[in-house]
Design a protein around this ligand. Sequence first.
Ligand SMILES: Cc1cc2nc3c(=O)[nH]c(=O)nc-3n(C[C@H](O)[C@H](O)[C@H](O)COP(=O)(O)OP(=O)(O)OC[C@H]3O[C@@H](n4cnc5c(N)ncnc54)[C@H](O)[C@@H]3O)c2cc1C
Length: 393
Amino acid sequence: MDFNYSPQDEAFRNDLRTWLEANKRHAPAPRNMMAEESDDDWKDRVGWHKKLNEGGWVAVNWPKEYGGRGATVMQRLIYREELQRLNLNEPFIGMGISLLGPTLMHWGNDEQKRRYLPSILKGEEIWCQGYSEPGAGSDLASLQTRAVADGDDFVVNGQKVWTSMAQHADMIFLLVRTDPAAPKHKGISYLLVDMHSPGVTVRPLVQITGGRGFNEVFFEDVRVPKKNLVGQLNNGWQVAITTLMFERGGGGGEGVMGEVTELAELARRVRRNGGNAWDDPGVRQKIAEFASDAMALKYTGYRQLTRQLKGLPPGPEGSMMKLCNTELALRIALYAMELLGPYSQLEYGADFAIDKGKWSLRMLAARGPTIYAGTNQIQHNIIGERVLGLPKG
Ligand SMILES: Cc1cc2nc3c(=O)[nH]c(=O)nc-3n(C[C@H](O)[C@H](O)[C@H](O)COP(=O)(O)OP(=O)(O)OC[C@H]3O[C@@H](n4cnc5c(N)ncnc54)[C@H](O)[C@@H]3O)c2cc1C
C-alpha cells in the first residue's frame, strides 16, 4: 500500500478541515451512542447531518451526479480521520446514505433515483431496513412477509423484527415474498414502503442496554404502489444482496485501538492488590495482547483498502475484519469488567459508577455487532468455505 496522499487528497483534507473548524460548533456533544437516546439527541443528530449536507460533506463517496463528491477510497479514509481528530461523529440517521442510496444507484430506475436520493442527502426522509423476520435471520431467504398484486398496488401483510430506527423512519426498504410457489430465493421482491401508510405498526423492543434502538414492524393490508418496486418482480434477492454488500463493506476496523488506549488508561486508575491494576504485569500483558490484535486488524484493513484502490472486488478480508473486529471489541469490554471488579455491577449512569458506567454499557452492547450484518458464525462459514476451501457445512 502506498501511504502517500496525492495533491487531490491533500486538497480534500484541507477543504474538509477548514469547513469542520468553522462549523464544528453545530455538532452534537459526544454521547454514548449505545445509551438511551432522547428526542432532543435525535434532533441534534439530524441537525448535524443537515449542516454537513449544506457544506457538501454528507455521502462524500456518492458520485457527483447524485450529489456526492465522488470521493476515492483514500478520501473516505481521510473523511473519517478528520472527524475523529475533532472527536466528531459521522451522523448516522438511518440506512439511507449507507445502504439504500447506493443500492438505488445500481438498481433503481430514473424516477426512483430522482424521487429518493435528494431527500436522503438532505436528511428529510429517514430510512430503515426491513429484512429480518421472527423466522428469517441468518436464513433470510425464508422470509414470509407477503405482497400480493392488486391493481396498481401491492398489498403487504407480515412482520419484520430488529428493525433499527423504525421509530424515526419515514420509509422502509422491505423484502417481501411475491411468488410463494418459486424456490425461496426466486420469489422475493424489494419494495420501498411509506412507514406512514395505514396498516403499519411499529412496536419498540427494549434492549439489554435499556435502549430502544430497534423494533418490531407489523404490516396489515398495507397498499404499496407498484412503482415502488426496485428491480424486477421476484428478482429482489439480487437487489437485497447488493444492499448487504454495502452493509458488510461498512464494517471497518477503525476505532478498536482507541478502546485499547481507554482500557490502559482505566487500568492506571483502578485499584488492585494495594496498587493500580497497571502495576500488575499480567494486566499489562493482556492489554499489550489487545494492542497487538488491534494493530494487526488495522493493517488487515489497509490490505482491504489496497484491493479497493486497485479496483478489485472486496476480498475475504471483509469477513475477517467483521469477525475479528467485533470479537476483539467484546473481549476488551469483558476484560474491563474484570478490571472494575465489583464496580462492574453498577449500571450506566449509576451513582459511584466509574466513568459513569460506560464500561458495563459497552459490555452489554458489544454482542450486537457480533450478530448484525451476518452473525460471526456465518462469517466463520464464509471464511471456511471461500478462504480455506472447506466443504459446505
Ligand atoms: C443491533 C442489531 C441491529 C439490527 N438491525 C436490523 C435492521 O435494521 N434490520 C433488519 O432487518 N435486521 C436487523 N438486525 C437483525 C440481524 O440481521 C439478525 O439478528 C441476524 O441476521 C441474525 O438473525 P437471527 O437473529 O434471526 O438469528 P438466527 O439466524 O436465528 O441465528 C441464531 C444463532 O444460530 C447461528 N446460526 C444460524 N445459522 C447458522 C449456520 N448456517 N451456521 C452456523 N451458525 C448458524 C447464528 O450465528 C446465531 O448464533 C439487527 C440485529 C442487531 C443485533
